[in-house]
Design a protein. Sequence first.
Length: 88
Amino acid sequence: MNNMEKITAKELIGKEFTILDYKEGESKFGKYLYIHVNFDGKEYLWFSSSKSIKDTIEKLDTSKPVKVILEEHTSKTDRRYLTIRRAE
């Protein structure tokens, strides 16, 4: 999985993509996910340390590919955060 081209959350915001697989990793900075995605006909590796993203992905049935959309939100205190929802 590590030899794939990487993609950033910024490139995925507001777009539909498919989660193919994921695995958890850990570094000295904390836990994160390696997320294997298909976007625009190519496969990429996306890294995320977001707890909300991790929690949502763990709730999805990823035994088969899942189409999702990454959304950006702003809290009442102007803090930016990301969420994933299943694509329709």
